[in-house]
Design a protein around this ligand. Structure first.
Ligand code: BG6
Length: 468
């Protein structure tokens, strides 16, 4: 039988820009999400357009009480959400915060605590204030460090009695793939050099470390972690050239946590910088700041990928980073290759590397769901495929725990249906709770529990004993 630690943090996860809606209410400023109605692969619009589903999202801003009540019914111990930076600082570079924005999250956290749910808060989940993007080119500017630190200190001070778990940047390692949404960089991706990207990364890493420092000062009992897009990279074949290529790709991702966990740049970065002619502007103060390292490591996990040294290699679909398809794995309807064993492998790899507690803060299956009406008139979704996916992944988490890996918790991604990140669709659903809203914007926004809702409730009730 699989045994989870008795204080295991079971829960679910969302991000402000994908669920809140109310994109311009109560003083909120625009964010980069408000001008990307088709997700990260397509060019932004000049202004928010009505076809951008994120402007209304699933209306969590007005319905959070109903939603948190449902999370409590499932027995959530923790609820991961992000603070929309542009609700607190509408432009991002102001001195004074927007009180209405602060009050909203006070109310959300109070609602969580009413049910004994601990909030786990991401400071920046792909939602840089648009003004910072247009005016400063996002994280390319060193000034962003100061703006971010001010924002982080403001929310730490305000919520110090309400939030004990924090994350700095969501999937920080995605920046070179989606510079606008991940790094707030307004310049087109094709016009950016490696120098530009790595300088932006450096600014983010320093800002992340300063947030860690501030968190430890302001809320000494809190835990603050980094957040990595987790995707193990397998060599496509045992050809040593493929093995080496996969190591290099893997390092592109470990690069971030290597700095956030160890407090300095990894030794392999010297060669990387030299070969790409990257000369970073790093001050002595930056180096000191970087020494403020995270308390735990969190990551998202949806899939693994392969790597090959072949210049004509195939490139597959997947969670932002992409990769060469694995011939042994099946894929979701969106081409994301499903690999539960990859989760056990990845947990072991990171734990071996860092020996810090790990938190799986995103995992789940994006699928098209059909709302059906049962004989008694109840509307629901019979999502056995989602239950199977999660069962299989959680079984592998159990194996990793047996392997000796310290796992703090698991928050299922999109525990309530929300707008997808990659393609900004609503028909790609992850939730235990169905939301009646469609890609054409129609729908009542009513909530219906799916079959997986009852299943996850039992998972939590039995502390994972029903996983097989
Ligand atoms: C992660 C993001 O990349 O994957 C989430 O942190 C995102 O914001 C999730 O929603 C799933 O991706 P998608 O594109 O299916 O929504």
């Amino acid at each position: 039988m699989i045994k989870f630690p008795k204080d295991f943090l079971w829960g679910g996860a969302v991000a402000a820009n994908q669920c809140e809606g109310a994109y311009n209410e109560d003083g909120k400023g625009l964010s980069v999400q408000d001008i990307t109605p088709r997700g990260w692969k397509e060019a932004p619009t000049a202004e928010p357009t009505p076809d951008n589903l994120k402007l209304i999202g699933i209306d969590f801003y007005h319905r959070y009480k109903e939603d948190i009540k449902l999370f409590a019914e499932m027995g959530f111990k923790v609820f991961r959400l992000s603070i929309a930076w542009s609700r607190i600082f509408p432009n991002g570079d102001e001195q004074e915060p927007n009180e209405k924005g602060l009050a909203f999250y006070d109310a959300v956290f109070d609602e969580c605590h009413k049910y004994g749910i601990e909030p786990l808060v991401t400071l920046s989940h792909y939602e840089t204030p648009l003004h910072l993007s247009k005016e400063y080119d996002g994280w390319r500017s060193r000034k962003m460090i100061t703006f971010f630190e001010h924002y982080a200190r403001t929310v730490f001070t305000r919520y110090k009695d309400k939030v004990k778990y924090w994350l700095t940047f969501n999937e920080i390692n995605s920046i070179s793939h989606t510079p606008l949404l991940s790094g707030g960089i307004y310049t087109k991706k094709e016009d950016l050099s490696k120098q530009d990207i790595y300088q932006a990364i450096h600014h983010e890493l320093v800002a992340s470390a300063r947030a860690v420092k501030a968190c430890h000062e302001i809320i000494p009992e809190a835990n603050i972690g980094c957040m990595i897009l987790g995707m193990p990279v397998y060599p496509l074949t045992p050809n040593p050239a493929d093995v080496m290529a996969s190591l290099e790709t893997e390092r592109e991702n470990f690069f971030f946590s290597d700095v956030q966990v160890r407090g300095y740049y990894p030794s392999y970065s010297a060669r990387l910088f030299e070969e790409h002619n990257i000369q970073l502007d790093i001050t002595e103060k930056d180096k000191e700041d970087l020494r403020h390292t995270v308390d735990f490591i969190s990551f998202s996990y949806y899939m693994s990928a392969c790597e090959s040294a072949d210049p004509n290699k195939e490139s597959g679909e997947g969670n932002i980073l992409g990769g060469v398809p694995n011939p042994y794995l099946k894929a979701s309807e969106w081409g994301w290759q499903i690999d539960p064993v990859g989760l056990r492998y990845y947990l072991n790899c990171i734990y071996d590397r860092y020996q810090l507690p790990l938190f799986i803060v995103e995992n789940g299956l994006g699928a098209v769901d059909e709302l059906v009406t049962l004989e008694d008139g109840t509307k629901t979704v019979i999502d056995d495929y989602r239950i199977q996916y999660m069962n299989d992944h959680l079984a592998q988490v159990g194996e990793a725990i047996k392997d000796g890996v310290e796992v703090m918790g698991y928050t299922a991604w999109g525990c309530i249906d929300l707008v997808s990140f990659t393609t900004a669709e609503l028909r790609k659903r992850y939730g235990f709770i169905y939301v009646d809203r469609n890609d054409d914007g129609s729908g009542s926004l009513e909530r219906y529990t799916k079959k997986s809702f009852d299943w996850y409730k039992e998972v939590i009730e039995t502390n994972g004993e029903i996983i097989n």
